[in-house]
Ligand binder design. Sequence first.
Ligand code: PLP
Ligand code: TYF
Length: 396
Amino acid sequence: MFEAIERVPGDAILGLIQAFKDDPNPDKVDLGVGVYRDEDGSTPIMRAVKAAEQRLVDTEATKAYIGSHGDPDYGRHVLETLLGTDSAVLADNRASATQSPGGTGALRLAADFIAAQLPGKSIWLSDPTWPNHKGVFGAAGLDMQSYPYVDADNRLDFDGMLAALKQIPQGDVVLLHACCHNPTGFDLSAEQWQQVLSVVQERELLPLVDFAYQGFGDGLEADAYGVRLLAEHLDEMLITQSCSKNFGIYRERTGCFIAIAKDAEDMADVRSQLAITARENYSNPPAHGSAIVATIFESEELTAMWREELDEMRSRINNLRSDFVKALAPHGLDQRFAHVADQRGMFSFTGLQPEHVEALRDRHSIYMVKSGRANVAGLNRANLDYVCNAIADVVK
Ligand code: PLP
Ligand code: TYF
């Protein structure tokens, strides 16, 4: 029966991991997959996470199921971190948090929720977006459409985006990246978020905000500006959240799907449906990651430690962005790559073309995604000049 099954190519981003591993060049540089790296090129366990795990070894009393919505303490802390402790939405009991296996699991819950409860609604994605958005929404059978996000000169195409949003049919879902847009690194300003809000209100659209990098752009509070603005002014919205990056617990699969309804009554109805969706997909979410996050938030000491480490990661990335542009100045390329210093988060749409990316890999063992997306965190003091020399070599 299996003879007719065709082989398909694997995920292009994950494929880079193996290609990098197999490359014998000692000078090779990995700017591919989106995991944070420190100055030594490693992705260490955060100190606050290690300390929380140590506490859990001593205090955890059961491994019994945690229920389809997951750990309520985790959900509450995530909601407060996203929406702010003073959020009226929280005071009015209008937000429901369902813990999920990572941000990807939250996106699948969102997709299944839309497919089952809002039949006929399309989902609008930025062009470009994280490739797995299409994977997840397509697997759930949603109709997908796109709005422009980057222009031909590799700049944020906000006018194009807004014009497209104004044409979206009433009630459709529009996916927005809260911050640290993957793959481009181009984020909306406060004023641009306000304009998006106006269009969403005018067209009566349902925003789905994907929030996978809180704290990686300009800080925990600043990065939540857009999400909080929408939550403050809209009756209904959806949010997918991930702790993979900001707690560095990628493989623990820790995320959350949040639905905001117009009142507590509607919220309870939606919540009842989400329990079924979760149950039919995987029944209960994994508990270790959420226990780590809840333990950190329950302790003032661990929360302070975590915030400090998150600040360190963000500063390192933002300093690398400006160092990169400075290191390109001797090659006369600082103007051409000036946008890298203004982008935010782990990723940069460098503007390098597929042939440049190929030449960087073949001639210099520097790995990045074909679209020209580079993981800025893969740079460090030891490889910065090597990378800049190589870029100068391939673009000239
Ligand atoms: N959304 C975006 C935009 C992402 O970049 C990622 C991860 O790279 C995710 C969601 C999912 O993250 P995870 O499932 O690892 O928590
Ligand atoms: O770099 C990226 O955008 C990757 C990150 O299970 C990633 O897609 C890798 C594996 C995974 C989820 C996200």
